[in-house]
Design a binder for this molecule. Structure first.
Ligand code: LLP
Length: 422
């Protein structure tokens, strides 16, 4: 059941696939995901939840590739979506609408309408204005929307500020005081069944305490609602489980996480929803990239890769650490590099002063822990086409996204030849 830790992964093979041969076949930059590692993560979480009325709604934003979503569908998972695009991805991958929850602070009218038409399980509602929009749109369609209020518990998730979501100054959710008013006015809602609670305090969480605190607050509110006669059919505890990006990162074991949930929500007999993203896919992915050249600068040596911040934005956005490992079986002396991409920004840096086995132009290198928020956050900045993606499974591999062509990248653009006045 144990996922091999990144240390024990052989650096020439991943999920039984020879990475040098793989890169030779598909080119670089190339994202490679291990299906077995993803299945192991799913199974581990499912085991921890055994016996509970729980649905894992995978957070599509972490990695929305069709083949990845199909793995989730095959394992019986649902989806946590934040846009009509993610709704379509989830549906096309075979995730049943009744296992789809819709989160996000800025759902527009069309997206709300599409989600209603698809028959999703529920909306995680983030503001009173949104609640009214859902009421109006459901009314126009003669539908009833199911809704959960996203509680902002004002808890510090002790993670990077840019991925912290549960403090009162963050844009997400509403206070318990406001949620109480929504439930008190529940009878005025004719097209929305408000019978759920939702909380998501942040991402890459490595400590149980913030979870415990947030869930205790949500549980106290649930008990209050129950005593006031408001039915609460589901409690969605969000995602956020952290992964091991580097030596020293101590992650939360699924059993410990679930124990905290069980304890906080003791007595709750409705459905539990979970929205993990990163936990299921991050460590199952590597970004394969080639060394274009070594540049000896005045102050330091630069390892210039053919992958850049447009392929993997996490280091430049969050100063995130990703292990960088040459794909090679041979022992080499250590060297110190700034590992950079070709994009014309100083921020296009994957690592600074990193000790690595010495590299040469043409070497294949992998950037680990990139299965989550890697390809899904990629752009074509500097007019660099989107990288290809492959799925690995016990020695086999399948291309799941071909490299974007230049024509595909430019599709949709045209000269300003047809001027109109409004
Ligand atoms: N549920 C909601 C409502 C969310 O906003 C998120 C992530 C998740 C679940 C899944 O969280 P996870 O289990 O993956 O931590 N781009 C950033 C992470 C942004 C997370 C956004 N929300 C990064 O690369 O670290």
């Amino acid at each position: 059941m144990n996922l091999p830790t990144m240390d024990t992964l052989p650096s020439t093979h991943f999920d039984g696939v020879d990475l040098l041969a793989l890169a030779g076949r598909h080119g670089t930059p190339l994202y490679a995901y291990s299906a077995s590692a993803i299945r192991q993560r799913i199974a581990g979480l499912q085991l921890a939840l055994h016996g509970m009325d729980a649905t894992i709604c995978y957070a599509v934003k972490a990695n929305g590739s069709r083949a990845i979503l199909e793995l989730m569908a095959q394992a019986g998972l649902g989806a946590d979506i934040v846009s009509a695009g993610e709704l379509q991805r989830a549906l096309r991958a075979g995730i049943p609408p009744e296992r789809i929850v819709f989160s996000g602070v800025g759902k527009n009218d069309d997206e709300i309408g599409e989600a209603l038409a698809a028959g999703i399980q529920r909306f995680n509602v983030e503001s009173l204005d949104e609640l009214h929009a859902i009421e109006r749109i459901a009314g126009e369609r003669g539908a009833t929307a199911r809704a959960a209020v996203r509680i902002n518990p004002d808890v510090d998730a002790l993670t990077h500020a840019k991925i912290s979501t549960g403090k009162s100054e963050n844009k997400f959710g509403v206070s318990i005081a406001e949620a109480r008013r929504w439930f008190d006015a529940r009878a005025t809602l004719r097209h929305v069944r408000l019978d759920g609670l939702h909380v998501h305090i942040g991402s890459q969480i490595l400590s149980l305490e913030p979870y415990r605190l947030a869930l205790q607050r949500v549980a106290a509110f649930w008990r209050e609602l129950r005593d006031a006669g408001h039915p609460v059919a589901s409690i969605d505890v969000g995602g956020g489980l952290g992964v091991r990006y580097r030596d020293g990162d101590v992650t939360i074991a699924p059993a410990d996480y679930v124990a905290v949930i069980r304890e906080a929500l003791a007595g709750f007999d409705g459905r539990l929803l979970l929205e993990p993203g990163r936990y299921l896919v991050a460590e199952a992915g590597v970004l394969l990239t080639r060394v274009l050249r070594i540049k000896h600068g005045e102050a330091r040596d630069f390892l210039v890769l053919d992958a850049a911040m447009n392929d993997l934005a996490r280091p430049s956005l969050y100063d995130a650490w990703h292990d960088i490992v040459p794909v090679s079986g041979e022992a080499r002396p250590q060297a110190i590099y700034d590992v950079v991409g070709p994009v014309c920004e100083t921020g296009d840096t994957f690592a600074q002063a990193r000790a690595l086995p010495a590299c040469a132009a043409g070497d294949l290198v992998m950037i680990r822990g990139t299965g989550a928020y890697g390809a899904s956050m990629a752009s074509t900045y500097n007019s660099r086409p989107l990288a290809a993606e492959v799925l690995l499974d016990h020695g086999r591999h399948a291309l799941i996204r071909r490299r974007q062509t230049l024509d595909e990248m430019l599709a949709g653009e045209q000269s300003a030849s047809q001027w109109e006045t409004t």
